[in-house]
Write a protein that binds this ligand. Sequence first.
Ligand code: FE2
Ligand code: FE2
Length: 146
Amino acid sequence: MERHKSLISLSSEHHHGLVTAQKLKYGYKPSSSTDTEMTVDDKKEMLLKFSDEYIHKHFRLEEEILVPYLPDNEIIKRMLDEHVKMYELLYVIEVSDPDEALLNQYGEKLEAHIRFEERELFPLVEKSLTEEQLNEIEQKLKGENK
Ligand SMILES: [Fe+2]
Ligand SMILES: [Fe+2]
């Protein structure tokens, strides 16, 4: 489905997120042409880097910029709840010596969260907001991405 232009920057980060989730689950080294298996340490390092570069800011933008425009409904509650659970799991991964299963679990959660947002949250944004509100969101996101 065609995304409204206001949501394209978030959607393209979702694409990066899905690639990261695949690597956490299946373990191929980033940008490797030879499909070298990633070790648990490689996965942890990749995830923490991705989180510093994208996840924290992405969650914050969804929470601070999208949420104020939306009704307080089940979709929003689920989004916020999943953000909290992923923050918690990421923290555990950061401070511990995570095993394969824990990293896989994060990959599963990340992928499910992104698919939920693309299938339910973003369509809700597109259908319940006016063009003017969507443009406002676009400007706010642009201001944050400067
Ligand atoms: Fe999210
Ligand atoms: Fe998202």
